[in-house]
Design a protein around this ligand. Structure first.
Ligand code: ADP
Ligand code: ASP
Ligand code: MG
Length: 419
């Protein structure tokens, strides 16, 4: 059982970095800007932050489910839309919301300017639909801040080195916000969302889940990679690589949320397990009689992000994001080997940096699954994670059983400590 390492991001080539004293980057997700009333509330929060003395850069996501609606619309028109045109289309959602927030800010008597990713200087590679940021040319943002404006940046998008509009993958506004924080030398990146922070499990599935006060980059990488969609995986990689402190918190209250930062002794002391995550749909493939080098080369060429890999003699089982399904199937067909795809599986993962130094986590986990009567189809591990592929309809019960088994609903799971 092995797991591929995280791809590393290229260095952020920001020639524009200046001391950003008092600069704050605030990102608002789709539910936070879902209707006109919420947009006005976000505007008021930004204005209040500026009036308190900060230079304010805000990144906004598309309103509500707008990105999904645009994707559905594209598929109604064309069965396999060209990636370039799809990016032209879906980048529009973020443009709409950032223009609307800028209008609402002006109505409050404060100057604001909205910028597309391209206008904000976010330069990416050419991988449409999952482009990586290669450079941030922040001079236009600096100029607008110097002119005493609030700067709104459309999240989730950039301009490629070939001058085309690109998007950064689902949840990509988080990545925009973290990249801007690094490029502007801002103090921290505030991610405002519909929950109060990062919890020991998805609070919509486990009502007893506890908010974590501090999570290390390594743990957050595992949590994000295994389904805690509260932060996009790329944004956490970026934050770790550039030492950006991220604060995940609620749009609707002033309560402090969860800090993502370097590991700290006290995090390890307090936490054996930091959370139980899940995904409801996994694309899992079984391939027989193929040389691993050939298989993974073909998948890499097709730009499929392979996640879990399990090899047993000449049989290889691997998982990949559901969004990459069409590419994975094409690559496998081209190889000419027989393959099958396991349908109806979800994944439940137990994550915790404390696992490294405490034996018995696997025993406790499997005992909980046995009590529940759930047989995992595959199991994959990393030093700080155990992941189970289980039938979709058992996912939520499995999350709750594991959450109970590690007593994550008790207040001690919170890891409360100052700064
Ligand atoms: P936004 O639109 O603000 O980007 P997302 O929907 O992308 O918000 O992410 C927030 C959602 O992440 C929450 O509503 C919650 O259901 C889900 N989630 C999953 N796992 C976790 C977790 N461990 N902690 C907090 N939220 C989680
Ligand atoms: N609107 C995009 C999405 O739905 C990006 C984001 O919300 O971060 O994935
Ligand atoms: Mg999100």
């Amino acid at each position: 059982m092995t797991e591929t390492a995280y791809e590393t991001l290229p260095e952020l080539e920001s020639s524009e970095t200046r001391a950003g004293v008092g600069t704050v980057v605030m990102k608002f997700g789709g539910t936070s800007v879902a209707d006109p009333e919420k947009i006005r509330r976000v505007a008021a929060r930004l204005v209040a932050t500026k009036r308190a003395g900060a230079r304010v850069v805000a990144v906004v996501s598309a309103m509500g489910y707008h990105t999904d609606e645009l994707l559905d619309l594209a598929r109604e028109v064309s069965p396999e839309p060209k990636p370039r045109e799809l990016d032209m289309l879906i980048s529009v959602g973020e443009r709409i919301s950032c223009a609307l927030v800028a209008m609402a800010i002006s109505d409050l008597g404060t100057d604001a300017v909205s910028l597309t990713g391209s206008q904000a200087g976010i330069v990416t590679d050419t991988a449409h639909g999952k482009a990586k940021i290669v450079e941030v040319k922040a001079h236009r943002i600096h100029r607008a801040l110097d002119d005493d404006r609030i700067v709104l940046v459309a999240g989730f998008q950039g301009v490629s080195t070939e001058y085309d509009v690109t998007t950064l993958g689902r949840g990509g506004s988080d990545t925009t916000a973290v990249a801007l924080t690094a490029a502007l030398g801002a103090d921290a990146c505030e991610i405002y969302t519909d929950v109060d922070g990062v919890f020991t499990a998805d609070p919509h599935v486990v009502p007893a889940a506890q908010k974590l006060h501090a999570v290390s980059y390594e743990e957050m990488l595992e949590l994000a990679a295994s389904g805690a969609k509260v932060l996009a995986l790329r944004s956490v990689e970026f934050a770790r690589n550039h030492g950006v402190m991220v604060h995940v918190r609620s749009t609707f209250t002033d309560e402090p949320g969860t800090w993502i930062r370097e590991e700290d002794e006290r995090m390890l002391e307090k936490a054996l397990i930091s959370g139980v995550t899940h995904t409801l749909e996994e694309a899992v493939y079984e391939v027989d009689d193929v040389r691993p080098a050939d298989l993974f080369e073909a998948l890499a060429e097709a730009e499929v992000n392979v996640d879990t890999v399990i090899q047993m003699d000449s049989r290889i089982v691997f998982s990949a994001p559901v969004e990459d399904r069409a590419h994975a199937e094409k690559a496998l067909a081209k190889l000419g080997t027989g393959f099958s795809e396991q349908q109806g599986l979800g994944k439940v993962s137990v994550v915790g940096a404390g696992m490294k130094s405490h034996p018995g986590v696997a025993a406790r986990t499997f005992a909980a699954l046995r009590r529940l009567g759930v047989e995992p189809k595959f199991v994959a591990t990393s030093p700080i994670k155990i992941a189970f592929y289980v039938p979709q309809d058992s996912v939520e019960a499995t999350v709750r059983a594991l959450h109970d088994s590690f007593e994550l609903g008790s207040p001690e799971a919170e890891r409360h400590h100052d700064a």
